[in-house]
Every structure is written in structure tokens, then in C-alpha cells.
Design a protein around this ligand. Sequence first.
Ligand code: LLP
Length: 418
Amino acid sequence: MPVFERRQQSLFCEDLALSQLADHYQTPLYVYSRKAFSESYLAYANALGDHPGQICYAVKANSNIAVLQVLAELGAGFDIVSKGELQRVIKAGGDVKKVIFSGVGKTADELLFALEQGIGCFNVESEAELQLLSEVASSNDFTANISLRVNPDVDAQTHPYISTGLKENKFGIDIQSAPEVYARADKLPGLNIIGVDCHIGSQLVETQPFFDALDRLLLLLDKLAEFNINIEHLDLGGGIGVCYKDEVPPNIQDYIGAIKTRLGERKLALYFEPGRSIAANSGVLLTEVLFLKPTEHKNFAIVDAAMNDNIRPSLYQAWQDVQPLEQSKATSTQWDLVGPICETGDFLAKDRTLALEAGERLALMSSGAYGFVMSSNYNSRGRAAEVMVDGDQHYLVRERENFDDLVRGEALIPSGAK
Ligand code: LLP
């Protein structure tokens, strides 16, 4: 049974009507389903089965500590890109040994903190980072497990902003120079080479680019074996797409099954870093129509959520479905859903056929990934509250921000004109 579904007139999340949650917590409101998060994580874990390896949820997709807790309780590992994300994993009860640290700009402070916590592996993205990590680890008597993030130069055929595996992208180490960089890493103190890593992009709906990347990484592994560098795990990153509109995403069982087959006799553990495919369809953003503003050219529905709550439509021209929480009696026509922010680019959806009235509540579907985490306080708007649904129970997992939250850390200067 789908987690978000209409029962008679009302849109439900698990066993709760979303309109009931909107009444209780007000809008804008992010609502997550524990069941959806669990099932989408377990699709990966079950597909991996008893093959050695780890599913490291990409915390950046949705970093609410209750989300991390749900996944940690299922035994997930985590892919992080900052000290803050690591602190969240620890707070949520995650196993630090199952954490991998990605990202192009890790600072000495972040590297040391991660070493002190006993992190599983660093995905190193440049020679300069390798040097810094070696210095930080060896001068503090740590050995850092490392994997190099290799840029395999494959076209992920996705939106240019979320494509990461091409030569011209800032990510990773060019696959041609990877053997020499590994050889250098092998000689540096404080480092222990354990893996090879890549991440080629996000929202991929074809698996071929992943297989192309895999084939290139396997050739690299053969070269490394000539240097007597032994690789224990292959990390294929995240990037599996989801259905926002009519996309048909790869089946996880088939995808991981095909990778296992391609490994053949090689004794390699497999790591994955999925974010969107675990979180996107596990959450929705609820909003209320403030005013209807039909004009000669366009009909605008001004809603109480805006680009500060979900920037994906504005930033990537992303399409997310809009569903009324209760079926309305108004007649259907075309609407642009726009927010109260003073920017023409502030919209959540365009040209949607909806039956709207002022006061109507709507769900922006597929908002669980890169939704709340990319929200901001632009126009001095407090960020939305977040709620986790579990069956017929609901838990407030982040309070709505108030004015004190907005000005926390700000200060006035001594008054008086000069
Ligand atoms: N690993 C690394 C190193 C990454 O950079 C990313 C995402 C992931 C894993 C997770 O990828 P996923 O499974 O979620 O595709 N804000 C954009 C997406 C940016 C993705 C950045 N990297 C959006 O809303 O579409």
C-alpha cells in the first residue's frame, strides 16, 4: 500500500489524514513517513543481502535527527560532508564506524574531529586534501582509512547542476592520474588505503552511466594491483533517481544485482551512498492557499510556503506534484503556485490544473529530499516545522522557527549618530 494515498476525499500519510496534521501544526509543514524511509532504505539493504558492504545514507538529502535515527536503528551507515552532519549522526545514535566522509573542502578541524570519533573512511577528493589528512592523522597518532573519489568522466545525463562525474566538474580525482595519486598516498604516513569511490550525479533514471563508471573503476583496480595496492571496497556513490512525475527509476534489486554480477570473482565489498532515492518520496511539504489572484495572463495562487522552504523548483526548474489535502468543490483551472517572497523566481509549481479556493491546503509531493535541508530564512521567514508520522502517531521532530531563532547571534551596535 502506498504511504501517501487518497482515502475517499482525504490525502493520507500512513494512517493519518494530512489535513489533520495541517490543523494541528499549521503550515508550511514538512511531513515524513517512517515507513517510507524504512522501506526505501531496506530496498538497498536487502538488495545488498549478504554481500559484504554498506548502505551509507547521504545525510545531505534530509538530515533531521529523527530521520537519521530511523535509519540508524535499521543498521544504516551514513555518508557525510561536514562536521555538522557527523555530529547529527552521533546525536541520532548512528554507528560512527559506518560513516564515510565525502566532500571537496574538508578542513583540518573537521578531519581531526572525524578521526577522534573513529570514522570508517574518508573519501578523499584531491591531492591537497590527501596531504592535509596525512599530516593531521600522523601528527595526532591516528591512521585514517581512505578511499579516493575518482572522477570517471562519464556523462550522467541529468541536470547540469547535479551532474558530478564529468572532467569539467570540481569533484574527485581525474581517473587518468588516479594510479599515481594512489601510489603517492601509499607512501604517506597516517593513511590506510581501503577503497575506491565515485559519485557521478543525482536523479539518474538510466543505469548505464553507473555501469560505465563501474567498468572504468574495475580497470583502475587492476592497475592498482600492479602497484600492490589492495582495494577492499568499491563505493559507487548515490544518484539513483526517483519518480517525481512520470520517470521510471531503476529497480534497486536489479541495479545492485547487475553490479554484483559485473564484479564476478572479485572479492570486493560494495558501498552505496543513496540520498534522494531514500528520502524524496518519504516526505511532503504542506502549504495553504493565502489568496487567489487571477489576472488576464495567468492565475496565481499565493501560498504560504515559498522558495525559502523548498528551492528546488526555482533552482533546478524541478517539477513536483501538487495534491489537495481534501478534494475541493471549486472548478478546476490552471494555476501557478507562488510564494510570498519578493522574487519573480519564487514559485513552487507552474501551470497546474487544480480546483482551488483561498484557505485550501495542498501537498507538494516528493519533498523529503533536498527540501527542508536547503531551506533558508530569506525574507526573515522562519523555517517550517517537521513532523514524523509512524502509523497513526505523529511526532514533532523540529519546531517551527520563531523570531528569537531568526535573530539568534545577531547584535545591535552602540546607538548614536556621529
Ligand atoms: N554522495 C555524494 C558524494 C554526493 O555528492 C551526493 C549528492 C550523494 C551521495 C547523494 O546523491 P543522491 O542519491 O541523493 O542523488 N540538491 C539537488 C541534489 C544535489 C545532490 C548532491 N550530491 C536536488 O535537489 O536535486
